[in-house]
Ligand binder design. Structure first.
Ligand code: SF4
Ligand code: SF4
Length: 180
């Protein structure tokens, strides 16, 4: 009889102990969020997806050199003097950026590429939700130049170089160009 009562008491006590944490947490505010409807406010200086404002990129490849995992690939074409434009920061764009790719699958989010940029056009954004079904979708192509546009600019640069070589060979002075 005594053992019978002990068993009944155990069957009541055991779930009460098991539910102790549940009862303690039941009346305190929840710390979980209903993502994606609710989101944590991210801490300042969080490191997430990179972005490049190509209007201000001068193709100096300082970011590419700074990257410890070589996930930035830049290709440029020399701009002829009449095509040299200016960035919003006042830097001359002496190179056209033909290719500017960042492989975010390789990126370790160290942020080292952003510091040497003279025009501050490469920076971390607050975006971190760019998942893709294929890892090659994480190679971001920032340069808007088409192959046809690149071919035209390459031909222009080649002709300019040839003309310069001919001028030097003939000992003629450099032609006057806009201040670049
Ligand atoms: S954050 Fe680091 S790893 Fe990623 S592209 Fe920049 S330098 Fe490379
Ligand atoms: S350092 Fe800045 S300006 Fe130079 S290539 Fe990289 S993004 Fe462009």
């Amino acid at each position: 009889m005594w053992q019978y009562l002990v068993n009944i008491w155990d069957s009541v006590k055991t779930p009460l102990i098991g539910m102790r944490l549940t009862w303690k947490r039941l009346f305190v505010p929840a710390v979980t969020l209903q993502y994606p409807d609710e989101r944590w406010e991210l801490p300042p200086n969080s490191r997430m997806q990179l972005f490049v404002n190509m209007d201000d990129c001068i193709g100096c490849i300082q970011c590419e050199r700074a990257c410890p995992v070589q996930c930035i690939t830049i290709e440029t074409i020399k701009a002829v003097p009449e095509d040299v434009e200016e960035t919003s920061t006042g830097h001359k764009k002496r190179l056209h950026v033909k290719k500017f790719d960042i492989d975010m699958a390789k990126c370790c989010y160290c942020d080292l590429c952003t510091f040497p940029c003279p025009t501050e056009c490469i920076y971390m954004t607050p975006s971190f939700e760019d998942s893709v079904p294929d890892r090659f979708g994480l190679v971001y192509h920032f340069a808007p130049m088409t192959p046809e546009q690149a071919a035209v600019l390459e031909e222009k640069a080649r002709k300019f170089d040839e003309a310069e070589e001919a001028r030097k060979a003939a000992g003629r002075p450099a032609r006057a160009t806009a201040a670049v």
